[in-house]
Ligand binder design. Structure first.
Ligand SMILES: Nc1ncnc2c1ncn2[C@@H]1O[C@H](COP(=O)(O)OP(=O)(O)OP(=O)(O)O)[C@@H](O)[C@H]1O
Ligand SMILES: [Mg+2]
Length: 252
């Protein structure tokens, strides 16, 4: 049922167990443990340079954990053959910080691209799907524009639309509102909320934007010195006694 969270804690859609990640002698993540339930929206807070993007990249398989286990949809991603990895990857959307659109393609082509390159692609209603998805981010009028003609906020929304083209069950967002004005940031936050309500999407969101965190999060986790040092609802953490945790809420 859309918008309903699965509280079956034995079957999380994403489970990170004892994750450690080092680059050479430099250990970024010491011991990360996190379960995310289907339909849940979890916000990940942490200071700059402490490994938030590294966590997302480990989940999607762009980086290999040094130690520990990551299970998505009940399967350990890393140990799967490439073909199965790709099947799982297409069920996970990744919204890069920059939007990462292809500059030489129109908005329409950008949205078509991830669909066309699927091995089992059939040209079924692709045009309709592109239009419907652009409507979801309120940018249908930009369908024939080039990325260079779009503002930063529009690029982010198109990036999100492209992610949505494969109907992901999990979306990983890396700072979806950073660098945007408060009004556009709020629009993106409302879109994230909408995806959860309409499609029961599970989200893990890295953000420094506390207005976004307040609006979208079911739960917040806080990264500190390579471990998740605190977790709770927005209000619980806002009223925390921990100075480090409180620091994120100072300007709220
Ligand atoms: N591929 C890589 N090779 C070597 N070091 C890396 C690599 N990726 C990240 N790091 C290092 O890991 C640390 C954490 O980086 P990460 O990008 O995860 O930080 P972050 O918490 O996302 O910061 P920000 O809020 O600034 O985006 C940094 O010191 C970074 O230099
Ligand atoms: Mg980052």
């Amino acid at each position: 049922m859309p918008g309903q969270k699965n509280t079956d804690s034995d079957n999380p859609i994403l489970r990170i167990t004892d994750l450690k990640k080092s680059f050479g002698n430099f250990t970024v993540l010491k011991d990360i443990n996190l379960d995310v339930q289907k339909g849940e929206t979890v916000v990940l807070l942490g200071k700059s340079g402490t490994g938030k993007s590294v966590i997302l990249q480990c989940i999607i398989g762009l980086l290999y954990p040094t130690e520990g286990k990551i299970e998505v949809f009940g399967k350990e991603f890393i140990s799967l053959p490439e073909k199965e990895k790709n099947l799982i990857r297409r069920r996970i959307g990744f919204l890069f910080q920059s939007g990462a659109l292809y500059d030489s393609m129109t908005v329409r082509q950008n949205l078509e691209f991830p669909v066309i390159r699927q091995p089992d692609y059939e040209n079924q209603n692709l045009e309709e799907k592109v239009e419907e998805t652009l409507k979801n981010v309120s940018l249908l009028e930009s369908i024939d524009k080039m990325p260079s003609e779009l503002s930063g906020g529009m690029k982010k929304r198109i990036g999100l639309a492209r992610t949505l083209m494969l109907d992901p069950e999990i979306i990983l967002y890396d700072e979806p509102t950073t660098g945007l004005d408060p009004v556009t940031s709020n629009e993106i936050s409302l879109l994230i909320l909408d995806m959860q309500k309409k499609f029961n999407v599970t989200s893990l969101i890295v953000t420094h934007d506390m207005a976004c965190a307040k609006l979208v999060s079911d739960r917040i986790v806080v990264l500190k010195e390579g471990t998740l040092a605190a977790e709770g609802s927005f209000d619980e953490l806002k009223n925390s006694d921990d100075e480090f945790v409180k620091g994120f809420f100072e300007f709220e």
